[in-house]
Ligand binder design. Sequence first.
Ligand code: NAI
Ligand code: MG
Length: 355
Amino acid sequence: MAKHKIALIPGDGIGKEVLPEGVKVLEAAARRFNFELEFTDFDWSCDRLVKTGKMMPDDGMEQLKAFESIFLGAVGWPGVPDHVSLWGLLIPIRRDFDEYVNLRPVRLFEGVPSPLANRKPGEIDFWVVRENTEGEYSSIGGRMFQGTDDEMAIQQAIFTRKGVDRILKFAFDFASTTKKKHVTSATKSNGIIHTMPFWDERFAEMCKKYPNIKADQYHIDILTAHFVRNPDWFDVVVGSNLFGDILSDLGPALTGSIGVAPSGNINPERKYPSMFEPVHGSAPDIAGKGIANPIGQIWSGAMMVRHLGYPEAAEAIERAIAASLVEGGPRTKDLGGNGDTKTVGAAIAELVKTV
Ligand code: NAI
Ligand code: MG
């Protein structure tokens, strides 16, 4: 039986409450689909920072290299500045492990109300692929003449052929596995006249290599409008770091609670571990009460087993989530219920056995 080593980082706040539910469901899926997951726990967190002065030990990244994937809860806690916790743990993992794909599904489940009127499940079902390492979020630039009338700031966007081609290739390869087989590119080559025409050229080149994938592109401004007005048009939407950042928050916002949304930070070449985590943070306002929605974590687990090579297991977890939401099963307060984290996790773990 194939065995996969997984690093568990529960982190802070509700991360510590939802992660065990994710593990519970993963174990049920692994039993059913005949693979083994070997979990190792790491207490890297703001708690640890307060006790030892470090979010993770000096050789933390070295330790993580031994794992195939990282399953993370959430990081951040009041009293520790957010940039300290972020740069002490999440950013090093995303950057040093070259997790250049940020992948987020956007799916409306039956039983979860959408802020968009009259939208039914099936009409909102697509993926956002965000470039995660270069683009507009670069450290190149500077400021001059601060505090004077001549004050100025320059921020350079970095688009490399390697960086653009690899994110586009991921999007097309991923679309080859979907039903609709359709990639949409987010651009702005009418206003941003160097980097975005380059992005469009590389997109056109990539299209030629995937004749069976339908491809189109929209400028980012009208694309955001189409997300709201015509979410049924999309399958895989690929964008630069900035455009992808915006779309990957807008997309899940169309489908209800933040407690449901998952994400993957992926190194497709598998040279380094990839990291799967819910979109939400540590939610200090509800932490310790046992009422956090574990579905974002559980769905992140589905993305992880898909990455590990078990699409059937991923689909079973997704079906179990969907079934728990329609069948009048327990649901947490953010979805209008009064179920607790553990009951929801246990219900989904039970469904995974059969659904
Ligand atoms: P948050 O996502 O933790 O909470 C925002 C709101 O959504 C809160 O009202 C919270 O109760 C609710 N919420 C979040 N997840 C929920 C769940 N699973 N079930 C039910 N309700 C849920 O964002 P916030 O408050 O801005 O950040 C809190 C801390 O988390 C900060 O330290 C921040 O830096 C960190 N953070 C960490 C992230 C990560 O680890 N990737 C992502 C976002 C924030
Ligand atoms: Mg964002």
